[in-house]
Ligand binder design. Structure first.
Ligand code: SER
Length: 616
């Protein structure tokens, strides 16, 4: 058994022995960077140095960094997704390069003096190359020289093996990712690797080779200073080293689960539901405690990081309720989190009073309304049932107005209503909620966009591209599946788009390829994207898609993609023009989008499908 304390220390000792200087974990709240709410990787606070600024500690650095990522928050509760996590990282600022970096990773993982992992259970991925940058043969060669067989080196495209901070402009480059065999049997089959057998491999370490700077025009220019940025997931590596089944067995999470068992009087393993609820509580309160414990005085609120903290606590309270906890319990859990981390991140202990007071206040506030809110939600369900009996009409969506009422009167964050809706096979009209929210809160657009799943996570270049691609996808889906397709939700990160839409059944492979074809055709035609100000009534009369109906304000923007003057015969194979009520922003011409690919098509709830797609 190796503990988190031992693993952190070994990592630091190893890289110190290789000439690195230890730097402290930076704050979870980024300095001078409005594009992200949290520090998501160890390299994030180092960007100025990766761009050439000299670092006071020299050009070889190592640390343990606290990180928060909220993109997978809905997945929390399974074996491996989390919001707060720790990343072990080492950096070369224009010093050593691929060969050394890879050799040291290998030595640290497999040497009996260090982690002593079985090399036969390791496999790696390497960048396959594309129009922007060639295949990373240098990394592949370095792996081969260490004795890794060819079959354990998989070549994958940008979506998998390329890293840049939030996909925006700045330092970026190919990466090589190291995976551990988690499948059955002592060793993986000869041919198995993360590309052809991904469910049996767990990524534990990512070595990024920053050799390009992505400029504002989207071009990849060679960086003057070539850097190495590696990130090893602490929790996942402890799972690997200790043969655990999931991350919650790690000693920075398990004591929290035990505490939740104590306060609820329930057993973790009682049922799949207790496992999930306890995991969500443990993950969310660990994250909330660490964000509030970060010297920046972040408290639950309705904006920015405070809003995330509020969501985390409120979701934990609801899952506590599902476990039968009726009294305030969150500060007891926070105490446990502080105990776990106080030696390594002393700021959590320094801010103990603040954390405990704020978390208790937030919990009390929410407890005052949650019962009534849940009753209100039940009433909604009853209403739907009665409507079905009386009129035969099945309502499958909670309106934006209803979701907003749950938010405004009972403090239900939108995400909680989405979760409740999902548990009952329903969807939520997210755009309507956002609109009502904006109208009431008078929030700035930029602020609102960051906080809602329906909006853009940031206004980075990649996000803008995905936004335009989302419009093309929407139009293509209507062309292929029919006019009943309407947007139900949209979520964009720098890496992918996610689009929820109404459609009663699974798409066939043929339909998916046809949709891809249409979108890629529109991209190839390099259509201009333009907008005009108009009213909702006029916009609708002109055939624009939009879900706002008469609730929407008088003036709206309608974005159009396509060439209205294109000859009809040229259009045969193209989208019949996309027109959508939308606030923007969008790219000016579609050719910059690259290649569009559907990665996944799945159900979200009754009658609602979800597509995840990438541009490369
Ligand atoms: N920045 C890379 C990552 O987050 C490696 O540290 O995976």
């Amino acid at each position: 058994m190796i503990t988190s304390v031992e693993l952190r220390q070994k990592f630091l000792d190893f890289f110190v022995a290789k000439g690195h200087k230890i730097i402290p974990s930076a704050s979870l709240i980024p300095e001078n960077d409005p594009t992200v709410l949290f520090t998501t990787a160890g390299m994030h606070p180092l960007v100025p140095y990766l761009l050439g600024e000299p670092h006071p500690e020299g050009d070889r650095l190592v640390n343990t960094q606290k990180c928060v990522r909220t993109n997978d928050i809905d997945e929390v509760g399974d074996d491996c997704h989390g919001t707060f996590f720790e990343m072990l990282g080492n950096w070369s600022l224009g010093d050593y390069w691929k060969k050394e970096s890879i050799a040291w990773s290998w030595e640290f993982l497999t040497s009996p003096a260090w982690l002593n992992l079985d090399p036969k259970k390791i496999s790696v991925t390497v960048f396959a190359g594309d129009g922007d940058a060639p295949r990373d043969d240098e990394s592949a060669q370095a792996w081969k020289e260490l004795g890794l067989p060819e079959s354990k080196i998989a070549y994958l495209p940008k979506a998998d093996n390329w890293w840049s901070p939030a996909g925006q402009t700045g330092p970026c480059g190919p990466d090589t990712e190291i995976f551990w065999w988690k499948g059955e049997g002592a060793h993986p089959p000869e041919s198995s690797n993360p590309a052809n057998d991904s469910k049996n491999w767990l990524e534990i370490w990512n070595n990024v080779f920053m050799q390009y700077n992505k400029n504002a025009a989207g071009k990849f220019e060679p960086l003057k200073q070539k850097n190495v940025d590696t990130g090893m997931g602490l929790e996942r590596t402890l799972v690997t080293l200790n043969g655990f089944k999931d991350v919650y067995q790690v000693d920075t999470l398990w004591p929290i689960i035990k505490k939740i068992q104590d306060v609820s009087g329930r057993e973790y393993v009682e049922s799949a539901e207790t496992v999930r609820s306890m995991r969500i509580i443990a993950d969310h309160l660990r994250a909330a405690t660490m964000i509030m414990g970060d010297d920046k005085g972040i408290a639950p609120s309705n904006v920015d990081q405070g809003y995330v903290v509020r969501r985390l606590i409120r979701r934990a309270v609801r899952h506590g309720r599902l476990l039968g906890i009726r009294e305030n319990f969150c500060s007891k859990i926070a105490e446990e989190v502080i105990k776990i981390f106080k030696a390594i991140y002393p700021e959590a202990l320094r801010n103990r009073e603040f954390i405990l007071n704020e978390i208790a206040a937030e919990e009390s506030k929410f407890r005052n309304t949650i019962e009534q809110g849940l009753k209100e939600f039940e009433k909604l369900l009853d209403g739907f049932r009665i409507a079905l009996e009386k009129t035969g009409e099945r309502v499958t969506e909670i309106s934006g107005k209803q979701a907003f009422k749950l938010y405004e009167s009972y403090g239900f964050p939108l995400e909680m209503t989405l979760e409740l809706a999902n548990e009952n096979g329903l969807s939520v009209e997210v755009e309507g909620f956002e609109h009502a929210f904006r109208a009431h809160q008078d929030l700035s657009r930029a602020g609102a966009e960051q906080k809602f799943k329906g909006g853009l996570a940031d206004s980075g270049e990649m996000s803008v591209k995905y936004h335009t691609a989302t419009h093309l996808l929407h139009a293509a889906l209507r062309a292929v599946l029919g006019e009943h397709v309407a947007q139900r939700g949209s979520n964009i990160t720098a890496e992918r788009l996610r689009f929820d839409f109404s459609h009663p059944e699974k798409m066939t492979d043929e339909q998916k390829s046809r949709v891809e074809e249409l979108v890629n055709y529109a991209i190839k035609r390099d259509y201009p994207v333009s907008f005009a100000g108009t009213t909702v009534v006029e916009a609708k009369a002109g055939g624009a898609m939009g879900l706002f109906e008469d609730k929407y304000g008088a003036k709206v923007k309608v974005y159009s993609v396509g060439d209205p003057n294109e000859a009809p015969e040229a259009r045969e194979n193209s989208l019949a023009f996309s027109k959508e009520i939308c606030g923007g922003p969008h790219v000016a011409n579609t050719a910059v989008l690259g290649k569009f690919k559907i990665i996944k098509e799945e159900a979200v709830s009754a009658g609602v499908r979800r597509i995840k797609a990438t541009l490369s």
